[in-house]
Design a protein around this ligand. Structure first.
Ligand code: HPA
Length: 236
């Protein structure tokens, strides 16, 4: 047990899927896994462990934003020996060719600041995904017929941004979408030599103001869970 994860050692699998929302963790575990167990519920940030096609998987909520995700990922890595961590979540689209419902597989995650920023000082570190996971996720996503974009995203500290000048530079430099967790996930995975990836669906669009209707959110979320599971257990 750790401060924020009340599971016993051995109750968390080596492969962990991480939605921001703990209720999404419950839905994904109940929908896609077999022999599911709730392994802890400290602060309501639910964690479930079960199996998918015979492979053990944990689905653990990360909360919103990098400070929250950093707590869970640090404990999952250092105390539970998690090896593969995949964020499944939503993002805001930032390019004209990226539409609502499209899947974005984040090759890199730029950020202004993250919980890890202080250790880098003047070093402009580029958080990037694990190649084997990225490659397998792209294949899984394309095989489902999802419109799939692979490239850079932006991990923000704020949902309600006040920097249109920065958005403009990101759009200009090809950033596909904005979310709030991946950069810290990628940085922690790199630091501890683990595999990480973020698979995202575009739930709203910064250029058009469009937003995904709530009845579509469950279907697109399910698609991401399947992509993440197929990538995690793809043959090397
Ligand atoms: N901004 C930040 N995070 C997000 C967004 C957004 O527009 N949409 C989904 N996650």
């Amino acid at each position: 047990m750790t401060i924020h994860i009340g599971a016993k050692k051995g109750e968390i699998a080596e492969t962990v899927l991480m939605p921001g929302d703990p209720y999404r963790a419950r839905w994904a575990a109940e929908t896609f896994l077999e022999d599911v167990e709730l392994v802890h519920e400290v602060r309501g940030m639910l964690g479930f462990t079960g199996t998918w096609r015979g492979n053990r998987v944990t689905i653990q909520g990360s909360g919103m934003g990098m400070p929250s995700l950093s707590i869970y990922v640090n404990e999952l890595i250092s105390q539970f020996d998690a090896q593969t961590l995949i964020r499944i979540g939503s993002c805001g689209g930032m390019q004209k060719h990226v539409d609502i419902r499209d899947v974005i597989i984040a090759m890199t995650a730029s950020t202004i600041t993250s919980p890890s920023s202080s250790i880098f000082k003047e070093f402009n570190y580029a958080p990037c995904a694990d190649w084997s996971l990225l490659n397998a996720a792209v294949k899984a996503s394309q095989s489902k017929g999802s419109t799939t974009h692979v490239g850079g995203i932006y991990s923000s500290d704020v949902f309600y941004g006040e920097r249109p000048d920065l958005d403009e530079q990101m759009v200009r430099h090809g950033i596909l979408g904005v979310e709030m967790e991946a950069a810290e996930l990628y940085t922690l995975a790199a630091r501890h030599n683990r595999r990480a990836l973020a698979v995202l669906t575009v739930s709203d669009h910064l250029l058009t103001g469009e937003a995904l209707p709530s009845e579509d959110r469950e279907r697109t979320f399910g698609e991401m869970v399947e992509i993440a599971l197929e990538a995690a257990f793809a043959p090397a």
